[in-house]
Ligand binder design. Sequence first.
Ligand code: NDP
Length: 267
Amino acid sequence: MSEIENKVVIITGASSGVGEATARRLGASGAKLMLAARREDRLKDLVAAIEKTGGTVAYRVTDVADRAQVQALADATLETYGRIDVLVNNAGLMPMSPLDQIKVDEWDQIIDVNLKGVLYGIAAVLPTMRQQKSGHVINLSSVGGHKVFPGAVVYCSTKYAVRAISEGLRLESNGEIRSTIISPGAVATEGLLRQSNRQIRSTNISPGAVATELTNTTHDDMTSWVSQVYSVAIDADAIARAIAYAIDQPGDVDVNEIIIRPTREEV
Ligand code: NDP
């Protein structure tokens, strides 16, 4: 039996691109899915398509920039399936413009979705995963979380932050906190036990150019750069396969970091 089968998986940003491809792939592998995004018509169509192939799937309209809605998504998942095994923190957007255009409202929006949305997702599932003593958070960073692209500075800063969150979650879930609270006798013992009982996996996925709707919000002065970089873009299922690979490992194996670029990508 695959490690994916019967796992309860929440996917944010499931209405297009990487999220949609991941839903289709995990649904076909027997995962129990809870899909989230803002566009309900897209989610309904996807649910129907996955159900048609025998998949187990539900959805909830969710704006990840709203903490209460993200908590409601986690609650609905527990109500529907009784547990949460995996959160794919995938929702994101990439409006691009140089800093000197001072598009502060857009900076706020990028931070609210790409960064705060990821943290709200973790806040919503972590108590359940800790209680279960198992769980897996998969965050979508980017090649832009490894190097900065002019014109996408705020986007890149959120993706650097997502990598930091993935690594921090890994360290905290696997006992790093133990060494910092080890000194005061009884408290240390309690902390040690509590931490060592936790088995939460953390995976950071950093795609290069992928053919999705992400570039639809690019401003006119960035379109020639974007169309050049995205001329070699790969299919969203390439990223879905990487996500499935990470989930499919046995519980004692934590795939922490994957970078996937088009072979012909130059940046
Ligand atoms: P898409 O634009 O195709 O998909 C983005 C998804 O995020 C949509 O389903 C959208 O749904 C959802 N979303 C956006 N804002 C919100 C919100 N406020 N609340 C809930 N959902 C939201 O792009 P991708 O599939 O490419 O993007 C997926 C992830 O992959 C992103 O985090 C992106 O940064 C990352 N990535 C993508 C790369 C690429 O080249 N495509 C490269 C590197 C990383 P809806 O509008 O219905 O809410």
